[in-house]
Design a protein around this ligand. Structure first.
Ligand SMILES: [Zn+2]
Length: 327
């Protein structure tokens, strides 16, 4: 099963390209379009219907061929903004944009070419077309005298239950089970329970990290090539993405009420993130040298792999004074 889709949860399909909109508007972080089409019509009005918790299927153009690329969950309803994405592409003309924030973005391990999807589920897909023929808005159409199926020329499409079922069948056949569905305990029971962590429970660690991966944190990591500021390591994932973690030096929420801002986020590998959380390692706010509980640790007394001008000294100090050696 893709998801236990209930009556309140609708499914939509995004038809897009990998570039998507650039920094802060990346694929998997949001759905977006101009508010108005060039002619003034509300061409993407359907996005108004999206509610938090709705399920999004992402189709992405990879070298000229659409693939089923990922799934995600809507984290907001529609937001109208005057901010323009850094890479608006053909949608550069607009004054106002609309976006829906996303969470739980999970790519398939191998993108599924849509022409194979069309071949394999031809009969089922055509019967869905028959049902909805007079209600426009599916992601595919029949064209030509041969009535071949092809991806429709639109950015955003509805996905009625009959169509969701086909994706569901396909996901079973390719063994795509988004990991946030697995009902498992957190494997690392020794995780510190400071406010920056989701408490151990029936949520996987992997999920809690994704939840905390705010757009801001993602942006800082992208700007610094996902490299740990202590050791310089970056983790390469099988899907080609890089992985690093953003640590709030002054934790969000709780007593400290640290801000979710660039200057409060240090980029770390999982090992050094854990050491920061436990107070085993810190940055000395005066010398900017690394200090480690274990003075024989290879990083103790060394310079950071790289420093960032946009990191706030007061937050470095907060961590150093309240967390280091005190957890
Ligand atoms: Zn590291």
């Amino acid at each position: 099963m893709l998801l236990p889709i209930n009556n309140n949860q609708n499914v939509y399909i995004e038809i897009t390209n990998p570039e998507h909109g650039g920094l802060g508007w990346e694929l998997g972080t949001c759905l977006w379009s101009p508010v108005l089409a060039r002619g003034g019509a509300r061409a993407w009005k359907i996005m108004e219907k999206v509610q938090p918790g709705d399920f999004i299927i992402h189709l992405v153009d990879l070298n000229g061929l659409y693939h089923w690329y990922a799934i995600s969950i809507a984290a907001s309803s529609l937001i109208i903004t005057n901010n323009k994405p850094p890479r608006p592409g053909k949608w550069d003309y607009a004054d106002q944009y609309q976006r829906v924030n996303l969470e739980y973005f999970q790519p398939l391990s191998i993108p599924y070419p849509i022409n194979i999807f069309f071949e394999k589920y031809d009969r089922e897909l055509r019967s869905v077309l028959d049902i909805y023929r007079y209600k426009p808005g599916l992601f595919y159409v029949e064209y030509g005298s041969d009535k071949l199926l092809r991806v429709a020329q639109r950015y955003f499409a509805s996905c009625p239950p009959e169509l969701s079922e086909i994706f569901d069948t396909a996901s079973q056949e390719i063994k795509f089970t988004p990991s946030f569905l697995k009902d498992q305990s957190v494997p690392t029971i020794h995780e510190p329970q400071n406010p920056d962590y989701t408490p151990p429970g029936r949520v996987k660690t992997y999920v809690s990290r994704i939840i905390r991966d705010t757009n801001l944190s993602r942006t800082v990591k992208e700007q610094n090539n996902w490299k740990c500021q202590i050791c310089g390591n970056s983790i390469l994932l099988p899907n080609g993405y890089q992985y690093a973690e953003g640590h709030h030096l002054k934790p969000l929420g709780g007593e400290s009420q640290g801000p979710d801002t660039f200057d409060n986020i240090i980029i770390l590998c999982p090992t050094h993130h854990t050491e920061f959380d436990y107070g085993s390692i810190a940055i000395n706010p005066e010398t900017y040298l690394i200090e480690h509980l274990d003075e024989f640790n290879e990083f103790h007394g060394k310079q950071m792999n790289y420093t960032r001008q946009d990191l706030n000294k007061d937050f470095i100090r907060f961590h150093y004074e309240t967390r280091f050696k005190t957890f």
